[in-house]
Design a protein around this ligand. Structure first.
Ligand SMILES: O=C(O)COP(=O)(O)O
Ligand SMILES: [Mg+2]
Length: 216
C-alpha cells in the first residue's frame, strides 16, 4: 500500500499568519478594539477559526457571536493569499516526496474553502490528493477521526501514514489514530507541543525522517 503523508497547513506547509493577522486587525478595528502582536496571533491559531475568534474577542472584551466569525471569514477569504506563502523548501519537499511514491494530503483545522482558495492560489493543489478542513467532517484535530476520515477517503491505512504538524493538536490526533506523528519545529507551536514526536527543524529534514519512519 502507498505511503501517505498528511500535512497540517497553517504553520507547517504555509506561513499563513500574516493574512490571518491582518484580517483579525481589520475585524478588531471595525469594532473599535486594539489589535494583536504577531506572536499573540501565533498562540491563537491551531483550533480553527471559531476558536480563534472566540479567543481574540474574549481578550478584547468583545461579545462573541457567530456573525463575528462570518464577518472575519468573508474578509479573510478575499485576502487569504495576499502575503501567505509556503515555508522555504516546502514546494521542493512535496515534489520530492511525490516522486518517491508518497501520496500527499492536507489535514487542517482551517475551514476547507479557505484552505482550497490558498492552495489553488499558491499552485500547490496539483500535488495534493486530498484536502480535509476543520469543517469537512463531524470532528477535527485533535480528534483522531479527522486524519482517519482523510485516509479513508484516500483508501489509505494509518500504519502506512505520517502526520506532520506544528501543534499539539497534530501530534495528539496522529497518536490517537495510530499514525506516526512528526513535529514541524519551524511553525507556530511551542517546542513542548512535540510531545515526544520526532522533530523536524526544517522542511529539508522531512524526506529523511519520513523514510526512516516508513521505509518504502
Ligand atoms: O486554522 C487553524 O486554527 C489551524 O489550522 P492548521 O490545523 O492548518 O494549523
Ligand atoms: Mg498548524
Amino acid at each position: 500500500m502507498d505511503r501517505i503523508a498528511l500535512f497540517d497547513l497553517d504553520g507547517t506547509l504555509l506561513d499563513s499568519a500574516p493574512d490571518i493577522h491582518s484580517a483579525l486587525e481589520r475585524l478588531m478595528a471595525r469594532h473599535g478594539r486594539p489589535g494583536f502582536t504577531r506572536e499573540e496571533v501565533w498562540r491563537m491559531i491551531g483550533d480553527g477559526v471559531t476558536v480563534l475568534i472566540q479567543r481574540a474577542s474574549g481578550v478584547r472584551n468583545l461579545p462573541f457571536s457567530p456573525g463575528l466569525v462570518a464577518d472575519f471569514m468573508a474578509d479573510y477569504e478575499a485576502h487569504a493569499a495576499d502575503e501567505t506563502c509556503p515555508f522555504p523548501g516546502i514546494p521542493e519537499v512535496l515534489a520530492g516526496l511525490k516522486a518517491a511514491g508518497w501520496r500527499l494530503a492536507v489535514c487542517t483545522n482551517k475551514p476547507e474553502k479557505a484552505a482550497r482558495i490558498i492552495l489553488d492560489d499558491l499552485g500547490l493543489s496539483p500535488v495534493l490528493d486530498d484536502i480535509g478542513g476543520g469543517d469537512s467532517f463531524p470532528v477535527r484535530k485533535p480528534h483522531p477521526g479527522h486524519p482517519l476520515a482523510i485516509l479513508a477517503r484516500m483508501g489509505g491505512d494509518a500504519s502506512r501514514a505520517v502526520l506532520i504538524g506544528d501543534h499539539q493538536n497534530d501530534t495528539r490526533s496522529a497518536k490517537a489514530a495510530g499514525i506516526a506523528p512528526v513535529f514541524a519545529a519551524w511553525g507556530y507551536g511551542l517546542p513542548e507541543m512535540a510531545e515526544g514526536a520526532p522533530v523536524a527543524s526544517a522542511p529539508a529534514d522531512l524526506p529523511g525522517i519520513l523514510a526512516a519512519l516508513l521505509p518504502g
